[in-house]
Ligand binder design. Structure first.
Ligand SMILES: [Zn+2]
Length: 528
């Protein structure tokens, strides 16, 4: 019996650890919630701002209910910065709302683990090899370290994992095939083992600046002159494949000699592989539009004769106290610094959920200004929302209802259908906060049906769509249930005079830092 009790205790404890790690690190419970969402409605009223047309358009997927979504992922040679986090939180909101709307979404977000050059230029060292030399590590060690760090941060922000997360190094042959096809179609040329995309030739039959609507002349004027030793034909030409110097560590054989792929070709090859020649949404930070996405479009047009995506979506920049966030200005934040408060511009740390709420309070196309005051105000709003939600189980149903929750739901949907307008949705949610508090104070009546609708609304829009959770109570709730179960086991052992087992449970818990206190009213526990 004592052996059995010990086993149960161990299993229960491991389960607890698992729950804890999932809650804190993987966001699995929330993933489960989202996947358990029934298909509610296929929204034909969703409008998306398309960077291509520079206007809002009705969202009409190419092959409904399927939706292909590609988002440019991180370059994993250093810690993910907050601007990137904002982009991934924004696309997490978009992904979640598309799922809620009934679409079957294949969400592809790549990991750039090779070939991305400093300053987006065509010469210089590979960033991974460079960093590896600095840290005395293998390039793939750098990749592994920062990929894990990236995933950890995104889990803290409770983002859902993408459907596929392909790496550049895992898709070298696909990139080589694409470069070969672009050469065969006459839009690229090879010089000394490096292959360049011929922008001038491409521009004769295609609109190279279709995404940003810039003048080609302006782009040329803003581009450095061709140096005497430059092998490119035109100033705007960019590398599809780059010859590796002898000391270069990351290298692959190709028809043009040993080298490594250019950054832009990676996204074109991987989106093409997993989503087809043309898919629905391509996203990323707005800093990627002018070069990276412009070149992605050119590559796909040159290879497959089509723009790879129907809708191009871009998230805006972060600012700090009104100034652009940058490492060199000393006003950059790492996510970790924001969580711990270990930063000269912060008076304290803010929880990942509070920061997520703060990010969602701005529309993804607006700049988001970080300041201690703004974070503080947002944190108060987040707590007000979570405290109201914590009252839900305590609300009592009346015979009649004074609130039309269907109408409120339609307002929520209208906000999200308007280009994923989360700040408007959050403003509407505070009306629900007011209602919850008023019902709790017996000032407003809602019936049983209204109560059920209210719970569904909160579950769908706060937890599943905005991807929020209560960082103060969620873990405690699990632990509470588990400890109740263990205390019950011990009581049963005592009742059957199995004192060896009851002592084992108490002593084992004590080793783990849990104290049990018996009294006439029952057993209570505390954690040291
Ligand atoms: Zn990309």
């Amino acid at each position: 019996m004592s052996f059995l009790a010990n086993r149960i205790l161990k299993i229960a404890w491991n389960e607890r650890k698992l729950l804890n790690s999932q809650n804190l690190l993987s966001g699995v419970p929330c993933t489960h919630k989202t996947y358990s969402l029934k298909i509610k409605r296929m929204s034909s009223n969703l409008v998306i701002y398309n960077t291509l047309s520079r206007k809002k358009e009705i969202f009409e997927p190419i092959n409904p209910p399927m939706v292909g979504l590609y988002v440019c992922g991180p370059t994993v040679y250093s810690d993910v910065h907050l601007g990137n986090c904002r982009t991934f939180v924004s696309f997490d909101l978009i992904y979640r709302y598309l799922l809620y709307s009934g679409y079957k979404v294949r969400y592809v977000r790549n990991i750039t683990d090779a070939g991305h050059l400093e300053g987006d230029r065509d010469e210089g060292d590979d960033k991974f090899a460079k960093k590896a030399k600095l840290e005395q590590l293998e390039p793939m060690e750098i990749v592994q370290k920062y990929t894990i760090g990236f995933h950890d941060v995104l889990r803290l922000f409770n983002t859902l994992p993408p459907s596929i997360e392909p790496t550049a190094t895992g898709h070298i042959s696909e990139q080589i095939e694409m470069v070969k096809q672009i050469i065969a179609n006459g839009y690229a040329y090879e010089v000394n083992g490096t292959v360049y995309f011929d922008v001038e030739k491409y521009s004769k039959n295609n609109d190279y600046t279709i995404l940003t609507n810039r003048q080609l002349e302006d782009m040329l004027n803003n581009t450095r002159e061709l140096g005497g030793q430059d092998e490119k034909k035109g100033r705007l030409d960019f590398a599809l494949w780059i010859k590796a110097k002898p000391e270069h560590i990351m290298r692959w054989p190709s028809p043009w000699g040993v080298g490594f792929p250019g950054w832009h070709i990676e996204c074109s090859a991987m989106s093409n592989k997993y989503l087809g020649h043309q898919f629905d949404i391509h996203g990323g930070g707005m800093d990627l539009a002018a070069t990276h996405h412009t070149n992605e479009i050119a590559q796909s047009q040159a290879c497959n004769h089509t723009n790879p995506a129907k809708y191009w979506m871009h998230t805006n920049m972060l600012t700090v106290n009104g100034a652009r966030m940058s490492k060199s200005a000393g006003n950059g934040f790492l996510p970790r610094e924001l969580f711990t408060g270990d930063h000269p511009l912060l008076t304290r740390g803010y929880s990942p959920m509070s920061v997520r709420f703060f990010m969602l309070q701005a529309h993804y196309r607006s700049t988001l200004d970080f300041s201690n005051e703004a974070l503080e105000a947002s944190d108060k709003g987040y707590r007000r929302l979570m405290n109201a939600i914590a009252l839900l189980p305590k609300l009592k149903a009346s015979a009649s209802s004074e609130v039309d929750f269907e109408e409120i739901k339609q307002r929520f949907i209208a906000a999200m259908n308007d280009d994923f307008n989360s700040p408007v949705l959050i403003a509407e949610l505070f009306e629900v906060v007011r209602i919850i508090n008023s019902v709790y104070d017996n000032k407003t009546k809602i019936d049983a049906k209204g109560l059920a609708q209210l719970n569904t609304l909160v579950n769908d829009f706060v937890f599943n769509i905005l991807g929020l959770k209560d960082d103060q109570t969620e873990n405690n709730g699990d632990l509470e249930k588990l400890m109740d179960f263990i205390i019950k086991l011990r009581q049963e052992a005592k009742a059957s005079k199995d004192y060896a087992t009851s002592d084992l449970i108490r002593n084992s818990l004590q080793e783990m830092g849990f104290q049990l206190k018996d009294s006439k009213e029952g057993t209570v526990w505390s954690k040291s």
